[in-house]
Design a binder for this molecule. Structure first.
Ligand code: HEC
Ligand code: HEC
Length: 436
């Protein structure tokens, strides 16, 4: 890359001028000794001086091109920052406020979770709305047999899920999906394992009317339940106004407003990123670097550790499993209808508290979930044998050129120590919400 630095130019120019003067003096002296005429001496000095000047110009050009890779980097960064500025200008309003610093955009820089979740314009929160949402979230009367509330499957003090492989709805009916945490769901662009809901408002009525969850027969039944309950008398009018404020839409809005307060933004990871050096152990720090180096972070992008985060959205979805030869696929029945499927990349926030893992809840421990991911998504071999860390992928003698060509993959295996480090890191993304 061409790098033009103003400060080097005058120094070099002066050097060249000084050199030319010295050469003229030398030529003058030489000319005197060989009894050249003044014209001859000037000619000689001119020839030598010109040579020096041309060497000087060449060195300016050479130095300009090769001098100081650091400045070239600066220049590259300047270009990158311009791109960032353009990106910032194109950000949708709801997320633009998060990025106060340019470096937030640099994809190598780790970022902490903002302290407030983005709020849609048509559902601005108020303390009364949040309190109403909290009542609805905890109300078992909103399920068919009045036994279950949202909080039954999303226990906030236990990580925001139910710690069962799949959830049990009214009448003991089992669903076919593991319950994800509601904590920090406000920072996700896509909700549910398959990403079928795009906002908390859209998601909230799903479980109320889902036959294997809260199982109310229809929206009218839900509105009826809320209208008849003493708990809500006047509260909808106070929050939403209007002549008929109890509606499915307003129920969803209140629940969503409450969910936007269910945030865990001060995990050890967040504190570490914000500057508390002691917040993460050495093992967790090694795991953090490994998480980036081996490619976990490409899909589980910080600060939500999901590709579907509202910040650093990486396109929401990925295929799982990617490496069809992984031995874990059969063991944990990870295919759906015999095939890999495209899933929303789940968040790893609070992941240490939300076992069991994966859409079918088939994996019981975080260690094993890390092994499954490394194998099924990254094609790693799980092994402590150093021999497995390298594999020669290509030897060719019969190319067009004579001689031997070789290629090797390094860091092909993940050993127990590395898995321990990754798990230590994932644990720093977790924290309960006991106070709620
Ligand atoms: C019977 C257990 C159960 C009940 C009750 C329940 N949920 Fe869930 N919840 C689940 C399961 C299972 C999923 C995942 C479903 C899927 O992805 O198909 C889920 C998903 C979610 C998600 C999406 C999280 C994410 O990361 O995608 C949110 C938010 C949520 N529930 C909120 C609620 C609210 C609000 C209520 C009450 C109105 C509620 N849930 C009631 C089991 C339950
Ligand atoms: C190619 C994208 C991709 C890569 C790379 C990737 N993941 Fe995942 N991860 C996913 C998807 C998609 C799922 C959801 C799979 C499912 O359950 O169906 C997932 C699920 C998980 C889960 C389970 C979450 C839960 O709540 O059940 C953990 C833990 C996890 N990943 C950790 C990691 C780690 C650690 C790495 C690096 C070794 C990694 N992932 C690499 C895409 C990826």
């Amino acid at each position: 890359m061409f790098n033009f630095s103003i400060s080097t130019l005058p120094v070099l120019f002066l050097g060249v001028l000084l050199g030319a003067l010295v050469m003229f003096a030398v030529a003058n002296e030489l000319g005197k000794r060989s009894r050249l005429s003044l014209g001859g001496r000037l000619l000689m000095a001119g020839a030598i001086g010109f040579g020096v000047i041309s060497i000087g110009i060449k060195s300016i050009i050479l130095l300009t091109f090769t001098h100081d890779g650091g400045s070239n980097l600066e220049l590259a960064n300047r270009f990158a920052n311009e791109l960032v500025d353009r990106e910032l200008a194109n950000q949708p309003r709801k997320t633009a406020g998060f990025f106060r610093r340019r470096s937030d955009f640099d994809s190598r820089v780790w970022i902490a979770l903002p302290e407030h979740a983005p709020t849609p314009k048509d559902n601005v929160a108020s303390p009364k709305k949040i309190a109403l949402g909290k009542s609805l979230f905890n109300d078992t009367d909103l399920s068919l047999d009045r036994t279950l509330s949202c909080a039954s499957c999303h226990r906030l003090a236990d990580g925001g899920d139910d710690n069962e492989p799949v959830s049990t709805g009214v009448g003991g009916k089992k669903g076919n999906r593991n319950a994800p945490t509601v904590l920090n769901a406000a920072f996700l662009d896509k909700l549910f394992w398959d990403g079928r809901a795009s906002s908390l408002e859209e998601q909230a009525t799903g479980p109320l009317l889902n036959p294997v969850e809260m199982a109310l027969p229809d929206a009218a039944a839900l509105v009826e339940r809320v209208k008849k309950s003493r708990k809500y008398r006047n509260r909808f009018t106070e929050v939403f106004g209007g002549s008929d404020p109890v509606s499915v839409q307003n129920i969803s809005k209140a629940i969503a407003a409450y969910e936007r307060t269910l945030l865990v933004t001060d995990t050890p990871y967040d504190r570490f990123v914000r500057g508390d050096q002691d917040a993460m152990s050495a093992s967790a720090q090694r795991g953090m670097i490994l998480f980036d180096e081996i490619g976990c972070r490409n899909c589980h992008a910080d600060p939500m550790f999901s590709a579907a985060g509202k910040e650093r959205n990486r396109g929401n979805y990925r295929m799982f499993p990617v490496h069809k030869g992984s031995p874990y696929i059969q063991r944990y029945e990870l295919l759906v209808d015999g095939k890999p499927k495209v899933w929303r990349v789940p968040s790893l926030r609070n992941v240490a508290l939300t076992a069991p893992y994966f859409h079918n809840g088939s994996v019981g421990t975080l260690e094993e979930a890390v092994r499954v991911m490394a194998s099924a998504q990254l094609g790693k071999i799980i092994s402590n044998n150093p021999e497995d860390d390298y594999s020669i992928t290509e030897i060719s003698r019969d190319g067009e050129r004579p001689g031997l060509e070789m290629q090797m993959i390094k860091n092909r295996a993940l050993n127990d120590g590395e898995i321990r480090d990754l798990v230590a890191f994932l644990k720093t993304l977790s924290k309960g919400k006991e106070s709620l």
